[in-house]
Design a protein around this ligand. Structure first.
Ligand code: RIB
Ligand code: CA
Length: 356
C-alpha cells in the first residue's frame, strides 16, 4: 500500500492550479484533505467555482472546498484574466459545480485540520499567501502543527514574471508573504524540529514547460480518441485551433485550458507551451526528492519603489539570520512531466468516453 501524504491545497485556480488539482486527484500517494481558495489569478469566489468544477471533473465531488480571503491583507485586489482567461480556465468551459462551498472559512479549515491531525498535513500554497498569513497570525504554532509546508512562489535568483524582480503570488500580497516567512522563522527558532518550508520559485518552475506533444502523450495515456482532437495550434495561428473533441472529458478540459495558456506564453515568453508552476509544487510536496534545495534566509520587500514584492534571498549569509526557507534550485523536470502524464492521463482513463 503506497504511503499517502495528506494535502491541503490553497489555490487561486487558474489554469496551472487546475492541473495541480488534477495531479493531486490522480496521485496514489496523495490524500487530498481539502482545498482552500484565495484571490489571485481570478477573484476568490470564481476560484471556488473553478476548484469545485475541476474536482467534480476529476470524480472527487467529496473534497471540501472553502472560500478564503477575497482581497489581500492591505493592498488592492489585482487579477490576471489576460493570463488565465476571463473565468480563469482559459478556453475551457465546465458545468457549474453541484457541490456547495464549505461552511467553514478557509482559515478556519486550515487551523481546524492542523489541530485535528497534528504532524500529518502537508500544506501547499499555489497562490498568494493571504489565507496562510491570517492563519499563522491566529495560530503562531501552526508551523509545528503541520507536517510541512510547500509553496509555489518567489523568484530567488531569477527575474520576476510580474515586475522585473517579483513573482505573481508574492506580488499580489507581499505583506502576507513577509508574515508567513517571518512566522516560520520565529517558530523554527523556538523549535528546531520544525521543517523549513520548501519554496519553489520561478527559478525551477519556469523549467517545468508543458508542450503540445506532452498533451498528446497524456491523451494517449488516457485512451482518449482521436488524439489529433487535441486541437492545439502547435504554433500555427491559434485562431485556427478549434475546441478539443477528445473523448475523455479531462483531456478535453486540459487541451482547451492549456491552449489559452500556450497562446499567452507564445505572446509573452516566446514559445508555444506553458510554464506549469503549480503542479510542480504539488509533485515536490509529494516527493521531496524531485527538487534539490538550498537553505536560505528570505525576506520580502514591501516598501520598494522598483523592488516591491521581491523575495530577497540572503545567499552570502550577510544578515546573519538563520535560513527560514529551503529554496528549490533544481528539479527533475523529465520525471515530473512523466508523472503528470501518467497521473492526469490515468485519471482521465478512469472516466467514460462521452460524445461531444
Ligand atoms: O507566478 C506563477 C504563479 O502565479 C502560479 O501559481 C500561477 O497560478 C499564478 O498563481
Ligand atoms: Ca496559482
Amino acid at each position: 500500500m503506497t504511503e499517502r501524504t495528506a494535502l491541503i491545497l490553497d489555490v487561486d485556480t487558474g489554469i496551472d492550479d487546475s492541473l495541480a488539482l488534477l495531479y493531486a486527484a490522480g496521485s496514489p500517494d496523495a490524500e487530498l484533505v481539502a482545498v482552500t481558495c484565495v484571490s489571485g489569478n481570478i477573484d476568490a469566489r470564481q476560484v471556488a467555482v473553478n476548484s469545485r468544477a475541476i474536482l467534480e471533473l476529476a470524480g472527487r465531488p467529496d473534497i471540501e472546498v472553502a472560500l478564503g480571503r477575497e482581497v489581500p491583507l492591505i493592498r488592492a485586489l489585482e487579477t490576471t484574466p489576460e493570463t488565465h482567461g476571463p473565468q480563469g480556465l482559459g478556453h475551457a468551459e465546465l458545468p457549474p459545480p453541484s457541490q456547495p462551498l464549505s461552511e467553514r472559512h478557509a482559515v478556519d479549515l486550515i487551523l481546524d485540520e492542523a489541530r485535528r491531525r497534528p504532524g500529518e498535513i502537508m500544506l501547499v500554497t499555489l497562490g498568494p499567501l493571504t489565507n496562510l498569513a491570517l492563519a499563522v497570525m491566529r495560530e503562531p504554532s501552526l508551523p509545528r502543527l503541520l507536517k510541512g509546508y510547500t509553496l509555489m512562489g518567489g523568484a530567488f535568483g531569477v527575474s520576476g514574471n510580474t515586475t522585473p524582480t517579483t513573482e505573481w503570488n508574492i506580488h499580489c500580497d507581499p505583506e502576507a508573504a513577509a508574515i508567513v516567512f517571518r512566522a516560520w522563522g520565529s517558530a523554527m527558532a523556538a523549535d528546531p524540529s520544525i521543517a523549513r518550508p520548501v519554496a519553489l520559485g520561478l527559478d525551477v518552475t519556469e523549467r517545468a514547460r508543458i508542450l503540445p506533444d506532452d498533451v498528446v502523450r497524456l491523451a494517449r495515456r488516457a485512451g482518449s480518441t482521436p488524439d489529433d482532437s487535441i486541437a492545439l495550434a502547435r504554433g500555427e495561428d491559434p485562431m485556427l485551433a478549434a475546441r478539443s473533441v477528445a473523448s475523455r472529458p479531462i483531456v478535453r478540459y486540459v487541451a482547451d485550458a492549456l491552449r489559452f495558456y500556450m497562446e499567452f506564453h507564445a505572446r509573452y515568453d516566446g514559445f508555444y507551451g506553458a510554464f506549469i508552476h503549480d503542479p510542480l509544487a504539488v509533485a515536490a510536496a509529494l516527493d521531496r526528492g524531485l527538487v534539490t534545495t538550498e537553505p536560505l534566509y528570505v525576506d520580502v520587500e514591501t516598501r520598494g519603489e522598483l523592488t516591491d514584492g521581491m523575495t530577497v534571498a540572503d545567499r552570502r549569509r550577510l544578515t546573519g539570520k538563520p535560513p527560514n526557507l529551503d529554496v528549490a534550485v533544481s528539479a527533475d523536470i523529465p520525471v515530473f512531466l512523466d508523472r503528470l502524464v501518467e497521473r492526469i492521463g490515468g485519471l482521465a482513463a478512469d472516466h467514460p468516453d462521452v460524445s461531444r
